[in-house]
Design a protein around this ligand. Structure first.
Ligand code: PRP
Length: 179
């Protein structure tokens, strides 16, 4: 496949992503026979969530939230919700859908915040896990791919809001972010 000129190499092709998302969707469909509420963390998760949801064979609700780093005098990894869910998740089986888990600090915050809303269950489904960067011990029950400590873009992941639309996951050339 011809990749974008800023991409050093493709990590996972569109076909590989599709196959893995289908596998994960089958697993999730079996585990949540009574249906599931998918919560996407904007913006990176939108492509993954859209493909995952369409591959599920169960009842699905979808909601989104958005977080931003909370910098002033804060600890590293402190975030706050800037776009909250539209609906209550009380009593629901919730799957938090992330594009990537790095340090795990965002996820740790979100899991605490969402658990306070009394879902029946709350688990995590991540497209990518870069566990080599982990600082917080967070439970990622479903994951598509483990990735190395490289700058990965595409299929929702960006660099300065670019490259999200690429249909594959690729490693960004270092001269793009370190000119
Ligand atoms: C990414 C991802 C997580 C967070 C993970 O979001 O969606 O929310 O970073 O990082 P952590 O494990 O180190 O906390 P990003 O800030 O890139 O926003 P985006 O989804 O809008 O691109």
């Amino acid at each position: 496949m011809q990749s974008h000129p800023d991409i050093e190499r493709i990590l996972f092709t569109e076909e590989e992503i599709h196959a893995r998302v289908s596998e994960l969707a089958a697993q999730i469909s079996s585990a949540y026979a009574n249906g599931v509420t998918l919560i996407g963390v904007l913006k990176g998760s939108v492509f993954f969530l859209a493909d995952l949801a369409r591959a599920l064979k169960i009842h699905v609700r979808i909601d989104f939230l958005s977080v931003t780093p909370f910098l002033p005098a804060g600890e590293p990894g402190l975030v706050r919700i800037v776009k909250d869910l539209d609906s209550s998740i009380e009593g629901q089986d919730v799957l938090l859908v992330e594009d990537i888990v790095d340090t795990g600090l965002t996820l740790r915050y979100l899991l605490r915040a969402l658990n306070e809303r009394h879902p029946r269950s709350l688990q995590v489904c991540a497209l990518l896990d870069r566990s080599v960067r982990r600082l917080a011990d967070v439970p990622v029950l479903y994951r598509c791919f483990e990735i190395p400590d490289r700058f990965v873009v595409g299929y929702g992941l960006d660099y300065q809001q670019r490259y999200r639309h690429l249909p594959y996951l690729g490693i960004l050339k270092s001269e793009v972010f370190r000119p």
